[in-house]
Design a protein around this ligand. Structure first.
Ligand code: ATP
Length: 351
């Protein structure tokens, strides 16, 4: 649905060229929810604005629904943009127009006949659950309701692509969830391709199928959300994932941890469960089979695209042979095991 080929964007500033996008290539499939994540200044907004040519790329090519946008101008560009809806962080509603008037605006711009326009607006308001707010003004709406109007307006022209630029960043967590649920439902029912720009991994985890990580104008990592979450390779991705998965050890354990590769009692290890292994009673099996004890220090299990993913940090006790057998067993089960160190005997009571 969207093909971005070697896209570069350079903002000419008085101090010289300022390359913001440096050779981006991405392919986004029809019906996919695609997340683009990065820290502030990575170039996310510039990238999404290039997709609908609100910014003109310096070099490279952008094709949406088979149409090369790069060479378009004037009425041809306006027609192409009609096929790309956009939702903004701060909603960008006209305060002087009612909800109905805001949603109707893009249809008025293409001279849609009044009767058809009103029917379309009603259909959109029904889709976003705001029929009863038809005659309200933006100032009378909550943030979540304003964003629903923004989504209804973006969808009014029945675009093939919806671009969301930090669409939930101005909303509280509860409202964010409801807006993401609405986007997921729209994606499912209309088979609409959605591109989500965000700095929050939580948003990507919630609804995206695939994700690209942007850093300093480059795509540094991309893949299916589950894979990127469970096996991040780039340092920026790792730090974004750490923020939502909270893999940090509690300070009271970390401060007592000593580096030690030996499999002796007090061994602290982090076991990562992914896919089917997350559903197996592996810990109880190890305790039973090898006579080791596990003192759980930290752990959680999460669901990414409905697949379980979790980590468990334990302090293991028992004989050296038992511990070694437990480690071998975990590896046979293809679980990722990281030895974090050892806590000395007097500290173990505290840990
Ligand atoms: N019109 C412009 N002229 C000059 N530089 C610009 C312009 N727009 C953006 N930039 C620069 O491009 C870089 C990337 O900005 P962009 O807004 O795309 O990043 P972002 O990842 O969306 O960050 P944020 O989430 O903070 O908006 C920044 O260094 C910014 O200063």
């Amino acid at each position: 649905m969207i093909v971005i080929d070697d896209l570069e964007k350079d903002f000419g500033v008085p101090s010289g060229p300022n390359p913001v996008l440096r050779g981006i290539s991405l392919t986004i499939e029809k019906g996919e929810v695609f997340g683009i994540i990065g820290r502030s200044g990575a170039g996310k907004s510039t990238l999404v604005r290039c997709i609908n040519l609100l910014e003109r790329p310096t070099r490279g090519r952008i094709t949406v629904a088979g149409r090369d946008l790069s060479g378009l101008a004037g009425p041809a560009l306006r027609a192409a943009r009609h096929d790309i809806g956009m939702v903004f962080q701060h909603f960008n509603l006209l305060s002087s127009r009612t909800v109905q008037g805001n949603v109707s605006l893009p249809l008025e711009l293409v001279d849609m006949p009044r009767g058809e326009r009103l029917r379309r607006v009603d259909e959109m308001l029904d889709l976003v659950g705001l029929t009863d707010k038809r005659d309200a003004y933006p100032a009378q709406l909550s943030g979540g309701q304003k964003q629903r109007v923004g989504i209804a307006r973006a969808l009014a022209s029945r675009p093939s692509v919806l671009l969301c630029d930090e669409a939930t960043s101005a909303l509280d967590p509860e409202t964010t969830k409801s807006i993401l649920a609405l986007l997921a439902e729209i994606n499912r029912t209309l088979n609409l391709t959605i591109v989500l720009i965000t700095h929050e991994m939580q948003v990507v985890r919630e609804i995206a199928d695939r994700v690209a990580v942007l850093d300093q104008g480059l795509v540094v990592e991309q893949g299916r959300v589950f894979d990127v979450f469970t096996q991040p390779t780039h340092p920026v991705t790792r730090s974004l994932v750490r923020e939502v998965l909270n893999l940090e050890l509690p300070e009271r354990v970390r401060s007592r941890l000593r580096h030690s590769p030996q499999t002796s009692p007090g061994l602290v290890m982090r076991i990562t469960f992914t896919g089917p292994s997350a559903n197996e009673p592996i810990v109880s099996e190890i305790v039973r089979r090898f006579g080791v004890s596990f003192n759980i220090l930290h752990g959680h299990i999460d669901y990414i695209q409905n697949a379980p993913y979790g980590t468990l940090t334990v302090e293991a006790g028992g004989s050296e042979a038992g511990l070694q057998a437990a480690l071998d067993f975990l590896r046979v089960k293809s679980l990722k095991v990281e030895i974090l160190g050892r806590v000395a005997a007097p500290d173990r009571a505290v840990a």
